[in-house]
Design a binder for this molecule. Sequence first.
Ligand SMILES: NC(=O)c1ccc[n+]([C@@H]2O[C@H](COP(=O)([O-])OP(=O)(O)OC[C@H]3O[C@@H](n4cnc5c(N)ncnc54)[C@H](OP(=O)(O)O)[C@@H]3O)[C@@H](O)[C@H]2O)c1
Length: 313
Amino acid sequence: MYTASQERYALSEKIFSRCGKSGVLLPKVSLGFWHNFGDDAPIERSRAITRYAFDHGITHFDFANNYGVPAGSAETNFGRLMDEDFRPYRDELFISTKAGYLMWDGPYGEWGSRKYLISSLDQSLRRMRLDYVDLFYSHRYDPNTPIEETLQALVDIVRMGKALYVGISNWPLEPLKAGAKYLKEHDVPLLIYQGRLNMLNREPIEQGILDFCAQEGIGFIAFSPLAQGLLTSRYLDGIPSDSRMAKEHFLKSDRRTPELLEYLRQLEAQAKKSNRSIAQEALSWVLDQKGVTSVLVGASSVEQLANNIQTIL
Ligand SMILES: NC(=O)c1ccc[n+]([C@@H]2O[C@H](COP(=O)([O-])OP(=O)(O)OC[C@H]3O[C@@H](n4cnc5c(N)ncnc54)[C@H](OP(=O)(O)O)[C@@H]3O)[C@@H](O)[C@H]2O)c1
C-alpha cells in the first residue's frame, strides 16, 4: 500500500512552471515512460521510479501509445500502477499520451487520420485504466491527411471528454502555425509543443519553433534533454551493459565519438565548478532557453531521476 510523501509539494515554488499562457502548471522536470517501463523492465523498478517522482512533486508523466517493449506495455504497466498506487492521486497527476507512429497493422494504425487518433486514444485509456488523459498529442505531422482532419479530431477528443488539453509533437513550423490557429479558432487552444531539444540538438531553436511557442503563449516541453543519456556520465568510460546504447537500437554506439567524449570532459569540468553533474549541466541549459516549460527526462534508476530532479532544487 503506497502513501505519497506529505512533503511532495514542499518545494512547489521551485518545481513548477506555467505552461505558456495557460492555467496549467507543470513541473520543470517531467518523467517520460518511453524506455524502462515496458515489459522488458522490472515492474518493481518502474514502480520505485514512478513513486519517487510523485513523492518529489513530479506530477507530469508522459506516454505514447507505442511506448515499451512490446508497444503499449508502458501504458499497460502504468495502468497497474494506477490501480495499485496512484488511484487516490488521479487529480494530482497530469498524464499525457500520443498517437502518430505505427501501433497496429493495416491502414488505420498510424499517422493522423481521425479514425486512427480516436481509436488509439481509446486503446490508451483502456491500457492505463483511465477515464481521460490530461493531454493528448498528435505525435507527428501527417503530410497525406488534410490538416483539418487531424486538428478537428483533436478538438473533438476534448469535446468528448477523452482529453482535457491537446498538444503537438514533432510538427514542422508551418503546419504548427496553421495548427495553432485552427485550434484557437475552435476554442481548444494548443497547450504545448513537444520537441527534441538538448545541447547536441538545437533544431527547435534553429527552426523558430521555440520562438513561435513563446510568442503565442504555447508551452514547450523538451524531450530527450540528455540526448538519451549521451549528455551524462553514463558513457564516459565505456558502454555499460545495462545502458540504452548497449541495445544498439535507439541509441547507436557510433554516437560515442572522440569528439563527444572531449565535449563531455569539458562539460564535466564546467559542472564540477558548481558541484553539479554533467546531466544537471545539460538539463539547466535546456531549462534556461526562453520559452521552455519543462524537460522530459527518462531514467532507468531512482538515482538517475534523483540526480535530474536536483537540477531544479
Ligand atoms: N515526442 C517524441 O517524439 C518523443 C521522442 C523521444 C522521447 N520522448 C519523451 O521524452 C522522454 C525522455 O526521453 P529520453 O528517455 O530519450 O530522455 P533523456 O533524459 O535524454 O535520456 C534518458 C536516459 O539517459 C540516461 N540517464 C538519465 N538520467 C541520467 C543521469 N542522471 N545520469 C546518467 N544517466 C542518466 C538513462 O539511460 P539508461 O537507460 O541507459 O540508464 C535514461 O534512460 C521519453 O520517455 C518520452 O516521454 C518523446
